[in-house]
Design a protein around this ligand. Structure first.
Ligand SMILES: C[S@@+](CC[C@H](N)C(=O)[O-])C[C@H]1O[C@@H](n2cnc3c(N)ncnc32)[C@H](O)[C@@H]1O
Length: 270
């Protein structure tokens, strides 16, 4: 089994995605989507950004490596009556069943960053984007003090070292790496631009309950708890994550969670 696929089919990412819908919709509103635009949403999950893209009139193909998330995305699109939004399985490192220059816009929000072989990923995103089209990525930033970078940093401290040659997904949050990867795919540095933006995790229960959701349903956190359990350190990991989530809760109430997280927004003119 492909470990990248196994990680994301573990648990149920849709449980986390429900806390990210509002920010997904707000981001999509800034993408300049017009009626009939051909959009690839890569690493789409269950459609946090794909669904609003289709609602704005785009023809959207969501591609994701996790079979359960593709099924969940198709179920959401069907339930919402969105015929212009469909989801299929695929790997960002090799989009062989998608032809060259097919899309006006490729969007990947915290998606393609999690695929291995980042140079292949950049090459594939460029290949399927038509000349004059755009790629927009949202990438978490390494060592950023906000939520997701800190979850991954804390988790890493409880996990065995990654295998030799492993490239951290967080390297997609470093501008020089992004420029280098797109340059290798034939895109000049002046066609790549960067912004810092915020995604907010909204949850209608206390931060400790959201930690519980990550522990039960978010593949990387499930793995971290498994590794911590092997060393008898589950309680310690739980306490560290609860302190993080509580410390970052900006809702003004202990009973409701609203945690802003900074990310790097990358725009590539192809
Ligand atoms: C943090 S989730 C984000 C999902 C979605 N973009 C969203 O905003 O809710 C990461 C997603 O990337 C997908 N993913 C990871 N590796 C992938 C790969 N190699 N190819 C395609 N999708 C991948 C996962 O299955 C998962 O749905």
């Amino acid at each position: 089994m492909n470990p990248n696929k196994a990680l994301w089919e573990k648990g149920d990412f849709t449980r986390i995605a429900t806390s990210m819908r509002e920010s997904g919709e707000a981001l999509v509103a800034t993408l300049g989507i017009t009626e009939g635009l051909e959009v690839l949403d890569l690493g789409c999950g269950d459609g946090t950004t794909a669904v609003p893209e289709a609602r704005l009139g785009a023809n959207v193909l969501g591609v994701d490596i996790a079979r359960n998330l593709v099924q969940a995305g198709n179920a959401r699109a069907q339930q919402l009556g969105l015929a212009s939004c469909r989801f299929q399985e695929g790997d960002a490192t090799d989009l062989h069943d998608l032809e060259d220059d097919r899309f006006d816009l490729v969007v990947s929000i915290f998606g393609a960053m999690f695929a291995p072989r980042p140079f292949d990923v950049a090459k594939e995103m460029v290949r399927v984007t038509r000349p004059g089209g755009r790629i927009v990525m949202g990438n978490w930033i390494p060592n950023d003090p906000t939520l997701v970078a800190q979850i991954l940093k804390i988790s890493a401290a409880y996990s065995p070292p990654p295998p030799e040659g492993f490239v951290s997904p967080m390297t997609w949050g470093v501008e020089e790496n992004v420029i280098e990867r797109f340059a290798a795919a034939g895109v000049s540095a002046d066609s790549v631009s960067f912004d810092r933006d915020t995604y907010t995790f909204d949850f209608s229960a206390p931060p400790s309950v959201l930690v519980g959701e990550f522990r039960m349903y978010y593949g990387p956190t499930i793995n971290a708890f498994d590794a911590a359990a092997a060393n008898g350190r589950e309680v310690e990991l739980q306490a560290e994550l609860e302190a993080l989530f509580e410390g970052q809760n900006a809702s003004g109430s202990e009973d409701v969670t609203s945690i802003p997280a900074t990310y790097l927004r990358v725009t590539v003119a192809v």
